[in-house]
Design a protein around this ligand. Sequence first.
Ligand code: NAD
Ligand code: UDP
Length: 335
Amino acid sequence: MSDRSTTICPYPASGRSSLGVRKRVLVTGGAGFMGSHLCERLIAEGDEVLCVDNFFTSGRQNIEHLIGQKRFELMRHDVTFPLYVEVDEIYNLACPASPIHYQHDPVQTTKTSVHGAINLLGLAKRLRCPIMQASTSEVYGDPRIHPQPESYWGNVNPIGPRSCYDEGKRCAETLFFDYRRQHGMPVKVARIFNTYGPRMHPNDGRVVSNFIVQALRGEAITIYGDGSQTRSFCFVDDMIDGFRRLMATPDDFTGPVNIGNPREFTIRQLADLVIEMVGSTSSLVHKPLPENDPLQRQPDITLARDALGWQPTTALEEGLKRTIAYFDRLLSSVP
Ligand code: NAD
Ligand code: UDP
């Protein structure tokens, strides 16, 4: 049995599977960039994984190496519909994450966050199990407070082109905390800041994948606006470590907790670094800044440090090296 506290949660802790051997963990969005790394980590740590995905922004290639392993199961399913499975822990990552992906079908994006949260919280309630939500720094919108602590309520446009994602994620957070207040459930909310690494989709339009692919192909690097906007980039292995530590906290720790790398870069600095590391001859080309593009973003990770004992350990240069190697292999394998 798990030692999760029963003082706040009115339910008995489920902890381990009924066989009492190992945990069975549900990862929604498990075939995606971060989901595939999480599945891999869980299996390496001895858990069983049920990976649920509708393959909207991913394919089997991210989890191909796991298919066929005894402790890995794959289910094609859309989280906007109810899911009836038996598990001991849930990580809810299902949602398109890059602006071009989430703006492709904005209504479906909101549904995925909101209906998805309702369905998975309902599942967690029946199973009496902990559930972690992959929330986002986008809940802070274009922030007026810098760096962003969890106490900041944000500056979000409710009707713009990014709103389907930002407001969907905000509403999902609301649902998590209402399920907590109403049903005493052990919920955990991670506010994820820009994360990068191997298995990002080469055409997802995100800045790290775009710049690396453009540099490797010798194409012009597309800087939106003047490139002075900032982001803080976290390598995926560090992020997964943060998820695991968050899930391992006692039931009375819910977050929200920022998980991200506080080292802040301008987009122009990132472009220069990628060009230098790839050894590329790419030039820079400026394109218009997308509407409502946040001008600055940097996590305050005091809470993650204190409550999770977590901080990122991978420098941008090291993470980029591994990501460049991944895209280099990927592009050379495409005829
Ligand atoms: P991703 O697009 O690679 O992965 C998302 C996965 O969810 C994909 O496999 C996709 O097919 C699946 N999916 C989408 N809609 C679904 C649905 N209705 N039902 C089932 N599966 C569905 O993106 P990612 O970068 O791995 O992001 C994972 C999670 O982390 C997302 O919830 C995202 O919002 C969140 N997040 C990511 C970042 C980042 O920088 N990568 C930052 C903040 C938050
Ligand atoms: N960006 C850019 N060129 C690109 C892709 C993105 O200059 O080819 C900028 C984008 O305008 C934003 C930042 O990089 O300011 C991060 O964009 P991304 O889509 O990766 O993430 P998000 O805006 O969701 O943080």
